[in-house]
Design a protein around this ligand. Structure first.
Ligand SMILES: Nc1nc2c(c(=O)[nH]1)N[C@H]1C(S)=C(S)[C@@H](COP(=O)(O)O)O[C@H]1N2
Ligand SMILES: [Mo]
Length: 319
């Protein structure tokens, strides 16, 4: 039963258009001057950013790349968040519709302390860290992003997962009123992602609530999103409302929509091509020459930390 239309390459290659307006957006955010864009939607977006509260955090240098982060304008102006449209600029234009307070997260499944928890109580016990990670999209572009968050494992332990908990499933909000992209059937909504338990508990895996020192902008998955730096970007579900421990491997949205193209593991791997394009190299968003490519690193450069999770597995088969 595959009545959903496949995503056409034209829908994921809107970058030429994006680049023509990129410098404008970047300048806008860099200057912090919403007034420079009178009457535009960009103004609305920039205004929201200016009122975002600044968060307390400490930098985690050990787990941060030394590469130069992308600009705030790039990180918040070029997004994949299909709930707000399939174009890279659609989320920045449309995500202001999302109300992120009050926000509750249900944690259930194979654990002894399931619950429905208010976002403020999600945050309370966890000191925030800034970690600068590369985000490598399966579409062969990348960015460097200063996230604010805390290890997912520290949060999950509060619910006391039991011995049947082999996987963790993450579900994004389902609300076509606030998320107009859910009125199209480009994906089966709600967006679902999943990790194996050991991947979820790994100290590199972050629950993210902010970036660039501020509360997470809606287009980046406010108020709560996942970031798994050694996997393709699509593993990091945005605007999470449910986290479920399960014995069986979760049926994730991208793997359901095109099982030959998107596997459950989705580890960044230059040796295993996507059926329609190479994964050997990537374009860094915002680089002076946007056609210049740089080599993609195994596990996105985090191999020393995570290769052991996959010892003995055929990564061409478990892609
Ligand atoms: N709910 C939801 N989460 C999502 C997506 C999406 O469409 N919906 N896109 C994914 C993809 S493909 C990528 S590359 C990252 C992009 O995160 P960013 O926009 O913050 O860079 O979000 C991921 N999380
Ligand atoms: Mo992606």
């Amino acid at each position: 039963m595959n009545r959903r239309p496949r995503i056409r390459p034209s829908e994921i290659t809107t970058e030429a258009a994006w680049h023509s307006r990129r410098s404008f957006l970047a300048g806008l955010a860099g200057a912090g001057l919403a007034a420079l864009a009178p009457g535009s939607r960009a103004q609305e977006v920039a205004t929201v950013k200016l009122v975002a509260p600044t968060l307390q955090y400490r930098r985690n240098a050990r787990f941060s790349t030394a590469e130069k982060p992308n600009s705030f304008g790039e990180v918040t102006g070029y997004n994949n968040f299909y709930e707000f449209g399939t174009g890279k600029e659609d989320p920045a234009r449309n995500a202001h519709r999302l109300r992120t307070r009050p926000w509750f997260v249900v944690v259930d499944g194979e654990c002894s302390k399931p619950g429905r928890i208010d976002l403020e109580d999600v945050l309370k016990p966890h000191p925030l860290e800034e970690r600068i990670y590369r985000l490598r999209c399966v579409e062969a572009w990348s960015m460097v992003i200063p996230w604010l968050g805390f290890p997912l494992g520290d949060f999950l332990r509060r619910f006391e997962p039991n011995s049947r908990a082999k996987f963790v499933e993450f579900t994004t909000l389902l609300d076509p009123q606030q998320m107009p992209g859910q009125r199209s059937n480009v994906l089966d909504w709600p967006y679902v992602e999943g990790l194996r338990m050991d991947e979820a508990m790994h100290p590199l895996t972050l629950l993210v609530v902010g970036l660039y020192g501020k509360t997470l902008p809606n287009q980046n998955g406010a108020p709560l999103r996942l970031v798994v730096p050694w996997k393709y970007g699509f593993k990091s579900g945005k605007s999470i409302v449910r986290i479920r421990f399960s014995e069986k491997m979760p049926r994730t949205s991208w793997a359901l929509s095109a099982p030959r193209e998107y596997g459950f593991y989705a580890n960044v791997n230059p040796e295993v091509d996507h059926p329609r394009w190479s994964q050997k190299s990537e374009r860094r968003i915002g680089s002076a020459n946007f056609l210049a490519r740089q080599p993609t690193q195994m596990f996105n450069g985090y191999g020393d930390e995570v290769a052991g999770l996959y010892r003995g597995m055929d990564l061409a088969r478990h892609f």
